[in-house]
Design a protein around this ligand. Structure first.
Ligand code: ADP
Ligand code: MG
Length: 360
């Protein structure tokens, strides 16, 4: 169902995106490394899961979940566990075939159709075993969180990826990221200190829907649910929700439940608030000024001097270098973007729903 708010895994539940799905699929076959970029709730995880299901030989690892479950750090143990789970949820024929190779790896045991890793298992040996079969895709969702693996900002992990890149042609990696600047920093192919320096990767960006496509998506969803809604309401919703599929779905889902435009929009805002809570708490830990800057921009203080005044009126003097660092970090995390207008640089909150929630 189009208005099912859970991440989608089947192509029939995905509206549009045929081209993106083909691009990701081909890229996974042709490139050792694929990056899928796009803002939060634009549909990256859904598209990734559809592709992995269709390729039938993909391992899915949710890095954000690993990060939160292991209290802020990603341990080798939790990464091994994620690999183990990913391999155990593969389809039968492929799984059996891979087990032939995996059971020879030290520390791997197999009981029936379940694989078990002892803590001493080496990931590079696992990858070598996986490489013995034909193509396998290993996907890391929200991969920017891999910077919390190991003591060197994820470098130990990237060394493993670089090793696979150079020696294991049957393995390809997909990394997705909502925090686009952070993911680029992590991968660091143009940073000569990065283990992946100089390697080639393919980048696919998932964009929000255009206004027309958003309207079409809503129409189709309501037809599918056999619910009548006025055309103006569909257009108005498309405007407020900025073409972000996650919010469009949430709107449709709430409208079906409440049959009221206002309540459906309120439902989206409540969902966005809940979603933001955790993320803003993380930001606040780093510094309450992140939140103040976001609030300033959401209220229309969109230039450097205005943001600075707003901030100083609330939390005292702030050096220019500090404000510059905060703005840069917010950009790298894809909260804000910049544009040049009327001869000056303007800051903008990328997601209009989040902008509304922060403003309140
Ligand atoms: P991301 O991983 O980019 O944050 P998700 O894949 O989790 O985004 O998508 C957010 C929600 O939006 C999903 O739960 C799914 O229900 C919905 N969604 C995303 N893209 C589509 C699409 N093309 N068609 C239908 N629903 C979609
Ligand atoms: Mg996701």
């Amino acid at each position: 169902m189009l208005f099912d708010p859970r991440p989608k895994e089947k192509r029939k539940d995905i509206f549009d995106r045929e081209q993106e799905i083909e691009m990701i699929k081909n890229s996974a076959k042709e490139y050792p490394i694929t990056l899928i970029l796009g803002i939060r709730r634009v549909g990256k995880s859904s598209l990734l899961k559809v592709v992995l299901n269709e390729l039938k030989s993909g391992i899915y690892i949710d890095v954000r979940k690993l990060h939160f479950e292991s209290g802020g750090w990603i341990t080798n143990e939790s990464l091994l566990k994620a690999f183990e789970n990913g391999l155990n949820s593969l389809n039968h024929p492929i799984k059996r075939e891979l087990f032939q190779y995996l059971k020879r790896v030290k520390g791997v045991s197999i009981a029936g159709v379940q694989l078990n890793f002892e803590p001493e298992v080496s990931l590079s040996e696992i990858l070598e075993a996986l490489n013995k079969r034909s193509k396998i895709v290993i996907a890391f969702d929200e991969a920017q969180y891999l910077r919390f693996y190991g003591r060197r900002g994820g470098k130990e992990f990237l060394t493993l990826v670089a090793y696979a890149y150079d020696n294991l042609p049957n393995i390809s990696f997909i990394f997705t990221g909502s925090e686009i600047g952070l993911l680029h920093d992590l991968i660091g192919v143009s940073d000569y200190e990065s283990p992946l320096y100089g390697r080639i990767y393919n980048e696919i960006t998932i964009s929000p829907f255009s206004r027309e496509l958003s309207i079409e998506f809503l129409r189709q969803g309501f037809v599918e649910a056999r619910i009548k809604i006025r055309e103006e309401e569909i257009e108005h919703a498309a405007e407020i929700l900025g073409g972000i599929p996650g919010w469009l779905v949430e709107f449709g889902y709430n409208y079906i439940k409440t049959k009221s435009f206002e309540n459906a929009i309120k439902g989206v805002m409540r969902k966005a608030e809940k979603f933001l809570e955790g993320e803003l708490r993380e930001l606040e830990k780093r510094s309450p000024r992140y939140i103040l800057v976001l609030r300033a921009i959401s209220m229309g203080f969109d230039r450097w001097t205005l943001i600075k005044e707003f901030l100083e009126s609330r939390s005292g003097k702030i050096p220019n270098s500090r404000l510059a660092a905060i703005l840069e970090a917010l950009q790298k995390m894809s909260w804000i973007s910049t544009e040049y207008r009327d001869g000056g640089k303007r800051y903008k909150i990328i997601d209009p729903v989040i902008e509304r929630v922060i403003k309140e």
